[in-house]
Design a protein around this ligand. Structure first.
Ligand code: KIV
Ligand code: ZN
Length: 533
């Protein structure tokens, strides 16, 4: 029997469900960087991927299991459909983790049974039982999800959940796969499970939900009130379609409204015991890292981590906050690790000071990464006198961002102005090391640069999003460029930061094209394997 009234378990699925959103594709090094940061954030479980989906997914889960799945680290989990080959791949991928979990699922709604699975209810129950039992051969920690539970017949749901627990599931996860339910309905589903599944005290109730109606976080909080003890969420709420429940919103709701939630976990309202294991001071940094590496920008008014989340614009609010912060602030920016953006370094700062500040900010770089980042730092410091924490973060994220180094930008030069046609010249090295130069005229300098790059790279693509944001205020600020482009029906993102936004634009484009090119190469490799076998 589980003592699950103690605290809320945070199950992060940024690297699995989050990575499923268009354009958020990450390579293995980027996944590893995020997994390490999730461990620093203090999540209990990392769903590192879907091992069976591709050799790349398997490798990512496996490396995360090996590197982050340590004695004191989080549980490392892989998703698996309720099929033996899926479950076996998941088991092999998580094997190196000290604590590993297999998360297997099968749909239970009539819509899915009829149109997707073409199975009867009896067949679904039998498969769930059999596959949970099969997963138990590899690890004790097995999670079972009845997909589309939010639209499933509750009586059938109770039966499937009961059988999965009897077969050995230690966590039963209730997904609102299509983001359809309302908070009171979702709370009622959890209550129904607690009251109608006879062996429910042998498993932890988890929830998973999508944000199609903007209700995922509200649904989860209602679920907590009704007995859910594990929340499946993603950083910045990224994920399929409208995304998943946002980790930072859930954690801060439980932090700020602890007194309200405490009694639902069987505690005194004024208990000081934290409701989650999360180090909230790591939230902002994690959010920035995920946004930078996935290219999924955070909207300025996003709760908790948006740039406006702690800004007071109206005179009445500013006056109130100056008199007493409590007038308009329910939490302070420092609680999520938002620094005051102090000017910390300058042109004369040495490698030691640079490394020390990065460590203070929580970055653990290898010697090689530190050397590369220091070269970038010197370059920026030559152009920008004062370097703040936010600048440092932009520099380091640029270095961590591991867009595959296939095409390499050597030079970009533009000429533009009110009386000349925007013209760009670029020099790139091809993956084979050949130096190629080309030039183009565009409607503006960025258009000219992108046309020139396209003439060299020659892979069909359509630019669908381009954004420039300044990292700090001031005329010499670093500009961060994020772009998304489309090739056939896939989206690829790229990001770069530089004091020269044309250089940042060119580099962001090359980064996205490199991801696209790596994908094309990978596809070709897989086709060859299929033809041979
Ligand atoms: O949304 C969903 O139902 C899922 C399951 C695999 C848990 O992601
Ligand atoms: Zn999902």
């Amino acid at each position: 029997m589980h003592n699950n009234s103690e605290r809320i378990i945070i199950f992060d699925t940024t690297l699995r469900d989050g990575e499923q959103c268009p354009g958020a594709t990450l390579n293995i090094d980027e996944k590893l960087a995020i997994a390490k940061q999730l461990a620093r954030l203090g999540v209990d479980i990392i769903e590192a991927g879907f091992a069976f989906a591709s050799p790349g997914d398997f490798e990512a889960v496996n490396r995360i299991a090996r590197t982050v799945g340590t004695e004191n680290g989080p549980v490392i989990c892989s998703l698996a459909r309720a099929r033996k080959d899926d479950i076996k791949a998941a088991a092999e991928a998580i094997a190196p983790a000290v604590k590993g979990r297999i998360h297997t699922f099968i749909a239970t709604s009539d819509i899915h049974l009829q149109y997707k699975l073409r199975k009867t209810r009896e067949e679904v129950i039998a498969t769930a039982e059999e596959m949970v039992a099969y997963a138990k051969n590899f690890t004790d920690d097995v999670e079972f999800s009845p997909e589309d539970a939010g639209r499933s017949d509750p009586e059938f749901l109770y039966q499937v959940v009961e059988k999965a627990i009897a077969a050995g599931a230690t966590t039963v996860n209730i997904p609102d796969t299509v983001g359809y339910t309302t908070p009171s309905e979702f709370g009622a589903i959890i209550k129904g499970i607690k009251e109608n599944v006879p062996n429910i005290d042998q498993a932890i109730i988890s929830v998973h939900g999508h944000n199609d109606l903007g209700l995922a976080v509200a649904n989860f909080l209602e679920a907590v009130k009704n007995g859910a003890r594990q929340l499946e969420c993603t950083i910045n709420g990224i994920g399929e379609r409208a995304g998943n429940a946002a980790l930072e919103e859930l954690v801060m709701a439980l932090y700020v409204r602890k007194q309200y939630f405490n009694p639902f976990l069987g505690r005194a309202a004024d208990s000081e015991e934290p409701l989650t294991n999360i180090d909230s001071k790591q939230i902002y940094k994690t959010s920035r890292l995920v946004s930078n590496l996935t290219g999924m920008l955070v909207q300025p008014n996003k709760a908790i981590v948006g740039t406006n989340a702690f800004a007071h614009e109206s005179g009445i609010h500013q006056d109130g906050v100056l008199k007493n912060k409590l007038t308009y602030e329910i939490m302070d920016a420092q609680s999520i690790g938002w620094t005051d953006n102090l000017i910390v370094l300058g042109k004369h700062s040495g490698r030691n000071a640079f490394g020390t500040r990065l460590r203070e900010l929580g970055y653990e770089l290898t010697d090689n990464e530190l050397n590369k980042a220091f070269v970038r730092f010197k370059d920026v410091a030559d152009k920008k006198k004062e370097i703040s924490d936010w600048d440092l973060e932009a520099i380091v994220n640029d270095e961590i961002q591991q867009a595959p180094d296939l095409f390499r930008l050597e030079l970009v030069q533009v000429s533009c102005g009110s009386s000349s046609k925007p013209t760009a010249t670029v020099t790139l090295y091809t993956p084979e090391g050949e130096e190629l130069m080309d030039a183009a005229i565009g409607t503006g300098p960025v258009d000219a640069v992108y046309k020139a790059i396209n003439r060299v790279v020659n892979i069909p693509n359509k630019l669908i999003e381009f954004s420039v944001q300044s990292v700090t205020a001031g005329i010499d600020a670093i500009g961060e460029v994020t772009i998304r482009l489309k090739h056939e029906d896939r989206i690829f993102s790229g990001r770069s930061a530089n004091t020269d936004i044309i250089v940042a634009s060119a580099q962001a484009y090359v980064n996205a094209l490199n991801r696209l090119y790596a994908f094309v190469l990978d596809q070709k490799k897989q086709e060859q394997v299929t033809v041979r076998s």
